[in-house]
Design a protein around this ligand. Structure first.
Ligand code: TYD
Ligand code: MG
Length: 454
């Protein structure tokens, strides 16, 4: 009879301890240790990948890896994967509930041609999947569906059907009999993933895992999982907005700089190949408080609108609130405005919003943020044909940005007439672009050129 062994496992990082502890010594989280029963045979449940005794090889003796990537039929998804799915690899897609993970993989399952796909759902019944497929108005003969939470049953089906792609929705609902812990616990998730990994390599099958995200925005529990899989993809966006962004945070077969942009519509996710076209509110009279930033997220340049509202603080402490832009950076920019450009905003509320519900991390957005705030504060509008790119330094200098030419080219493509860029971005021919380029060294210079000496 197997002797039962219990360990305490940190549900955040997977660290183990023989006794309960309040604070995890490896990830510093509190109250994350949960007792888990592990059958003493579980060690043998994960045999090594190579058989014992394989000799080491010289580089020249190792056969080249030919990546026959599978076209997913969704261009934005291919882009994030680095060109398509790699056979035998494990891809983890993480995201908050309701963001559209199941929709994305179902669309993938239904749009892949000539490949056999097994979609194992532990979250939804077959009827619910059918309902979603009807909503997507898609049909496919190459995909098979299974509502199952037992990993052994899923593996049994895999052995019989030998699919090219296995989708597991979600890894937190799967459980193996080998371990007594409840589904979703670190031990279960880790063991299930290890079994899936072995099958992926054995059958040369791509496995797509769906993982939930906890309230801190991490993949729930299994940090350990991120080490096992080949590719980690985050699906993010604001539930109330229609934009969804797919970005990879780890990719053994491609770069992590790529970004895929989708729009959630009534009948599923629609790719957005030219995000700028959707992110600019366009014509109409210019209103104060908006400025257009020429940003680059991933490797794609796009222009988007930054909106700001500055108003008198009604009660005591003024509020600073920001959606889609780092709040600490906003505070830093407000301090720069005050100290370097002499604008007093200490007794005023400042709200900032990035259009489309996108989250922007490109520091070159700073200049547009500063202009939007000032535009709202002075109640003076900036015309629609002007855009900005530049990082603001603490002394009020406008610092050089990366890939300036790509940004200018995108602004030119969209018909902008005027663009403020950092003076220190040198070494290219501005006359090659059909728009007026204004080089600036300091933020005050931008303000003077836009608003005069108000
Ligand atoms: P879902 O894919 O179930 O999200 P997840 O698997 O990440 O939890 O779907 C998320 C939301 O998308 C759901 O609230 C309904 C909405 N939705 C649409 O707007 N259009 C559609 O065509 C579909 C299928 C879903
Ligand atoms: Mg789902």
């Amino acid at each position: 009879m197997n002797k039962l062994k219990t360990v305490y496992t940190c549900q955040n990082c997977g660290a183990e301890s023989p006794k309960w502890i309040g604070r995890c010594p490896s990830c510093d989280q509190w109250n994350t240790y949960v007792e888990e029963i592990v059958a003493s045979t579980s060690k043998s449940a994960s045999p090594p990948l190579t058989s014992a005794g394989s000799p080491p090889l010289r580089l020249s003796e190792i056969a080249d890896l030919h990546l026959d990537r599978l076209d997913t039929g969704i261009a934005e998804f291919n882009r994030v994967l680095g060109g398509g799915l790699v056979p035998g690899s494990l891809v983890l897609i993480g995201g908050e509930p309701g963001i559209g993970k199941s929709t994305l993989v179902l669309q993938l399952a239904l749009s892949l041609k000539g490949k056999k796909i097994l979609y194992a759902s532990g979250e939804e019944s077959l009827q619910q999947i059918k309902l979603r497929a009807n909503r997507l108005k898609m049909e496919s003969k190459g995909s098979w569906f299974l509502a199952e939470t037992s990993l052994e049953m899923v593996m049994h089906t895999v052995e019989q059907e030998k699919p090219d792609i296995l989708v597991v929705d979600s890894i937190q609902t799967m459980a193996t009999d080998k371990i007594e812990s409840s589904p979703g616990s670190v031990a279960q998730v880790r063991e299930c993933t290890a079994v899936l990994l072995r099958h992926a390599k054995k059958y040369h099958m791509t496995v797509i895992l769906i993982g939930h995200i906890n309230k801190e925005g991490n993949l729930a529990g299994p940090k350990v999982l991120e080490h096992i899989v080949d590719t980690v993809i985050q699906f993010e966006g604001d539930n109330r907005h229609y934009f969804r962004v797919l970005r990879s945070t780890k990719n053994r077969f491609g770069s992590t700089a790529e970004l895929g942009i989708f729009e959630m519509r009534q009948n599923g996710l629609v790719e957005v190949p030219n995000p700028s076209d959707h992110l600019l509110s366009g014509d109409g009279d210019p209103v104060s408080g908006t400025a257009i930033a020429a940003t680059i997220e991933g490797v794609r340049p796009f222009l988007l609108e930054i909106q700001s509202l500055v108003s008198s603080a009604a009660y005591g402490m003024p509020q600073r609130s920001s959606t889609g832009f780092d709040l600490r950076r906003l505070n830093m920019l407000l301090a720069v405005l005050e100290k370097r450009a002499g604008f007093k905003l200490t007794s005023r509320d400042v709200f900032l919003n990035v259009a489309g519900g996108l989250r922007i991390t490109d520091p070159a957005t700073d200049l547009a943020v500063l202009v939007a705030i000032l535009s709202s504060s002075l109640d003076l509008a900036v015309d629609h044909h002007t855009c900005f790119t530049g990082e603001a330094g603490l002394t009020g200098e406008v610092r050089a940005v990366s890939r300036i030419e790509q940004r200018i080219a995108e602004a030119a493509r969209l018909g902008f007439r005027r663009m403020f860029i950092p003076r220190y971005n040198k070494g290219f021919d501005t006359s090659a672009y059909p728009l007026e380029i204004i080089r600036v060294a300091r933020v005050e210079e931008v303000f003077r050129k836009l608003f005069g000496n108000k």
